[in-house]
Design a protein around this ligand. Sequence first.
Ligand code: ZN
Length: 398
Amino acid sequence: MAASGIPVVSDVRLAGDGKQTRFILDLDQTISFRAFPLADPYRVVLDIPQVSFQLPAGAGTAGRGLIKAFRYGLVMPGGSRIVFDLNGPARIANSYLLEAANGQPPRLVLELEEVDRTTFVQSLSVDNRPELRPAIAATKDAVATIEAQAEPAAVLDKPATPADLRPVIVIDPGHGGIDNGTQSGNEYEKNLVLEFGSALRDRIEKSGKYRVVMTRTDDTFIPLNDRVRIARNQSAALFVSIHADALPRREGDAQGATIYTLSDRASDAEAERLAEAENKADAIGGVNLTEEPTDVADILIDLAQRETRTFSNRFARLLMGDMKTTTRMHKHPLKSAGFRVLKAPDVPSVLIELGYVSNKEDLEHLVSENWRSRTVGSVAHAIDAFFAKRLATAGPAN
Ligand code: ZN
């Protein structure tokens, strides 16, 4: 990695106490950076150019002083990010780079200081205000790459290209980059669902009947709203989000795949817990939640949504019928809750939890090529059945 010119992060250290906490990052070259606080939950985001994190396993899971924990990873092409979860309101008292000296490598230092909430909120002034996208590495090229990724429609719908009238299916592998999702040992949800999503794309593309768009094809963090936006911009006919659940050890064991649709009220306590966990993705990735548009609450949208929900539920039932022939299902395999990623008002959307990484057998399935291939086959079959019915219902005039 170093040979490619990508800076290497080789170590991190925390020092200090609950009044003042210092974070030190060891590098192999100096880099540009930007640090800013975020509210609710209290976080500090450190944006840096894309680096190679070569940190010991478990780095960031235990905090110190004002820092509860931190995560790190790619947040966009060319940009890495570290998100600190704070134990309470704090201000960035100081942040600076140290050149290599006295046998020490170049270092990035962040000093946090405890403040009260009022002071904290005041520190979120305009120029300090976090943005959805980090400003680092914001060369025109990098920005163009992001825009092309987030809105491929603009690229694909050039007038010169003949219109592609095939239904668009958006496959959404959950999490990515700085957001690992659930985890068991070295198996991360973000990787398992990307593999599954890619295999599903390959399978349904092969039929030639659909145009498939992925919300991500690599280990990049994608905010939840961007995932929804991709589906809407593409006028997708179906949105399939892929995840893998985990149950905390103290809560016993659960197993099998579950299919979720959107509802205002969760179908049960477990569905509510899960939606809450999945909706945290943006907080984990360091997105400023206070700047996110509030839920679209428009009567017209509500009407569209009713029809969309009928289609979502129909697809969920078809999917269950097919998946249960190849996959171990949860004892209540059809559930609903307020998943933000399912909120496109005009795109039928479901979220599949493929299984529990916390369950031994489920995890064996999730990493098995054979299981993946069979399950991908059943999902592809359900998609075919869904569109066979939709196209027949729509009739020749539409
Ligand atoms: Zn997930």
